[in-house]
Write a protein that binds this ligand. Structure first.
Ligand code: SF4
Length: 149
């Protein structure tokens, strides 16, 4: 499984991975998973032209799932939990499989649709929630917008 479309270089994200990418701080499920996440988030989304990176929404395993030790083919070993996470994030961000948007547009949408504190509801059951880095990133996104207006 490649991390991006070989022809377009477009990434593929399942709905809940937009917020995971925003909050990523170097923690992951394995060394291979973290290396891949570094390439996607630090190397592309937080790179110089990061806001222009195109992402296609998928209902299956995606660019981030590719080297995950919990991946089972096109599914996750915790598929029920992941389906519930994806459904809540898809509703919150109005995302459907097949949608395409830039990372810059995704961040604008996250800011417009989610306020600090909302992750305790839409990310319920995620093991990373308690570390606070994802909520911190969401707060920072709002603060950065306020100081730039
Ligand atoms: S709490 Fe979990 S699901 Fe929510 S943004 Fe963070 S890593 Fe992703």
């Amino acid at each position: 499984m490649t991390i991006s479309d070989p022809d377009t270089n477009r990434l593929r994200f399942r709905p809940h991975h937009f917020l995971c990418a925003l909050g990523y701080q170097g923690k992951g499920y394995s060394d291979a998973f973290t290396r891949n996440m570094d390439r996607i988030v630090q190397g592309r989304l937080r790179g110089k032209e990061g806001d222009a990176v195109e992402i296609e929404v998928t209902a299956q395993t995606d660019s981030i799932c590719a080297p995950c030790p919990h991946r089972r083919g096109a599914l996750c070993e915790s598929q029920e939990k992941i389906d519930a996470l994806d459904a809540r994030h898809a509703t919150a961000l109005n995302l459907r499989a097949g949608d395409r948007l830039s990372w810059g547009a995704a961040k604008l949408r996250i800011r417009a649709q989610l306020k600090p504190g909302d992750l305790s509801v839409i990310c319920e059951s995620c093991q990373w929630l308690e570390y606070g880095m994802c909520e911190g990133a969401l707060r920072h996104l709002h603060e950065a917008a306020e100081t730039s207006t």
